[in-house]
Design a protein. Sequence first.
Length: 532
Amino acid sequence: AVRAALIGWVARLGAMAQRFFVLAAAEEAPVGALIAAHVEFAEALADSDGAPGPARLWRRDDGEAAADFVAELAEAARDFPPIRPAHYPGLIDALLAGRVVRPRFGDHPRLSIWGPLEARLQQPDLLILGGLNEGTWPAEPAPDPWMSRPMRQRFGLPAPERRIGLAAHDFAQALAAPRVALTRAERVDGTPTVPSRWLMRLDAVAKGAGLAFDPIRSDAPGAHLAWARALDVPDAVRPCPPPEPRPPVAARPRRLSVTAIGTWMADPYEIYARRILHLKALDPIEADPAAAERGQLIHDALSRFIDDCRASAPDGALPPDALDRLLRHGGETFESVMVYPGVRAFWWPRFRRIAAWVVDRERSRRPDALPLATEVEGGMAVPGPAGPFTLTARADRIDRRADGTLAVIDYKTGTVPTARQIRAGYAPQLPLEALIATAGGFDGVPPATAAELAYWKLSGGDPAGKVQSVKPDEIADLIATTGDGLARLIAEFDDPATPYRSQPRPDFVPHYTDYAHLARVLEWSAGGGAAE
């Protein structure tokens, strides 16, 4: 019954928007027709048994403001040329930007919200001036994309700073009200703000006149403010200790990937939150593709390209049209996100440069090494005090070198670990993949010695790509040391007394984590409560 009702509702919704869908499918459409279809669909969507759609949609202050906007737009649409329907949402967003609706009737009959011009024409009992932060009031002068300062001066146009002077007049007149409260936000989105230049000037004048606020003297001007602030100020500040959860060994993970091993070392608390508590951050609604998606698209395109070349030339020769093939595979993988302007304007041109670099790199590399496997799954069991521990991996690429040894390659579209981090064991991904490859743990990859470990940084900038390799004479020791370090790490966390601390190594802090707020990192790190 629920499914039938849902199917019926979707069918009714499609019928309501039918006119809009017809226009959206056209190559171009008149703006007036798009507006009319948009309004018709909105009114039909707002319709109910109790009231017709127009009566519900255009009522109250916001509805009246929207109706005025639609009427103005419909009148101006006569002079608009036809546009592509895909551009219609952007046109509406641009025209609506900056429009403000101030309710004429609020929750209290004696409370009003005014702009500076309205405040100059009224005489309230109490006037509250809000937003007194630099950049908000006064606002920063907007840069003129069309005319420089000398050009504006020659045309007789005012300087951009003139608006600051007008805002100063508004502030001075508002400050002359019988009772005034000056307010500002000390933080905006967690970032500290700078007080307005007018507040700082008033503070300087007050100090010069001996009227500075003294929070110690109870008879000083504004002493009641000190009492109010004292309600939020504790007698003593006790630093918050970092979390140290110690779950039972039976609840601790017995299977981790090579990338998670690095997290296990840098931030064990993230492993605790993600793998034991099973907490995962939700993706933002309707968010644009992020860097992780870009990296996955590039990985997929390169994997399909390598497989295509291997199928067309089993001897490993690179086909003459290699660049065209890679661009074709890239176009297919990027197709699903090409609707985003940022992808089309920035990601795709960068991928084209990456493709040219990869093909040049392949041509010079093929005589000495041939791709053996891409995006290949693997794993191995590592003994531990609490039982076998499974190490898993998904290698971007493994090549077979001319001497029979293996080359383990990782594509990086973000930050590449430094040589110091690799030698210190803080970036164990490639050595661990080499350890698995040496043991024959990858599907379809016979066991062999790993003689090359390399990161291919694919940025698409200048240069489009760069190879960062581990020195050949350090590889064997690095793999052995990494294997011993993994065994010690497993043994350490198989001890029920070992806690999952948050960021225990100050010199090895992760670039980003979803769990810093859960671990209250800002509280204990700022208060000196870090773990020893």
